[in-house]
Design a protein around this ligand. Structure first.
Ligand code: COA
Length: 262
């Protein structure tokens, strides 16, 4: 995989990819170059059989402090629409990727930074993490999916309160409202925990995990009956896979399954 990026650091070890937004002097703010690199990274990652991607930010202070405000001040309406479209495409690529993606939030996750995290499968954070969608304080609204995904995760009422006030919340409150799965003491512990979770996934069928992710993500927008139909069809489809044959045979033969993701 190409690891030659200006604003991204890509480290793959044991098939687990640590993807770091590497623009520490600007608190890892997302300008259009960073967004473009994320898209290229995700296109390439889709060709690899990664067990998981861990998204984090360089340094101790920020995960991502939002979309690049300096760049936005120069944009006209059609350029802003295009910028939002590009950012949204990246969030969709995280969401549609069959590889699990964990946001490891260290420090500030603001605006577009929180929106990237919301598109991941779940969020772990360090104690010093702070979350906010402060766009209205800049006379803006979120443009990378924040108005849509936050409400689905924390509920419409809390999402609106956070959106309208732009209030910054600490890690403990983020956990209380279900935005964050777990809070770790330090960034080092955070990355270690994210890697441990992916290691646990590595015992399972990557094909089944990818399909489970797809069915959960798509199911959110369906009625229960439509969702059950969708689940049933994928449940049936997976019986044609080698992984299903291997997993069930391994159970009967009392041995460890050797999954190939096929
Ligand atoms: N866009 C562009 N640059 C940003 C940025 C953003 N979203 N967030 C931080 N930066 C830059 C600062 O301009 C500064 O650059 P400089 O050193 O060239 O002046 C650098 O990152 C460090 O930030 P600074 O503000 O000096 O750090 P701080 O510790 O005083 O404050 C924050 C940290 C996160 C509270 C503050 O940077 C901030 O409010 N950022 C904007 C958050 C935001 O509104 N995001 C949503 C955008 S839609």
């Amino acid at each position: 995989m190409n690891t030659d990026f200006k604003f991204l650091k890509v480290e793959v070890e044991n098939n687990i990819c640590l993807l770091t937004i590497n623009r520490e002097d600007k608190l890892n703010a997302l300008n259009s170059d960073v967004i473009d690199e994320l898209r290229v990274f995700l296109e390439e990652a889709a060709k690899e059989k990664l067990s998981g991607i861990i998204l984090t930010g360089a340094g101790q202070k920020a995960f991502i402090a939002g979309a690049d405000i300096a760049q936005m001040t120069e944009m006209k309406s059609d350029e802003a629409r295009e910028f939002a479209y590009k950012g949204q495409q990246v969030t969709l690529m995280f969401e549609e990727s069959r590889t699990p993606v964990i946001a490891a939030v260290n420090g500030f996750a603001l605006g577009g930074g929180l929106e990237m995290a919301l598109a991941c499968d779940f969020i772990l954070c360090s104690e010093n993490a702070k979350f906010s969608l402060p766009e209205v304080s800049l006379g803006l609204i979120p443009g990378f999916g924040g108005t849509q995904r936050l409400a689905k995760i924390v509920g419409r009422n809390r999402a609106k309160e956070l959106l309208y006030t732009g209030r910054m919340i600490k890690s403990s409150e983020a956990k209380d409202i279900g935005l964050v799965l777990e809070v770790l003491n330090t960034k080092e512990e955070l990355i270690k925990k994210a890697k441990e979770i992916v290691s646990m996934m590595q015992k399972n069928s990557p094909l089944a995990i990818g399909i489970a992710k797809f069915v959960v993500n798509r199911g959110v927008d369906l009625t229960t009956c439509e969702g059950l139909e969708f689940e049933k069809n994928h449940f049936g489809q997976i019986f044609d896979s080698e992984d299903m044959k291997e997993g069930t045979a391994a159970f009967i033969e009392k041995r460890k399954a050797n999954f190939k993701g096929e």
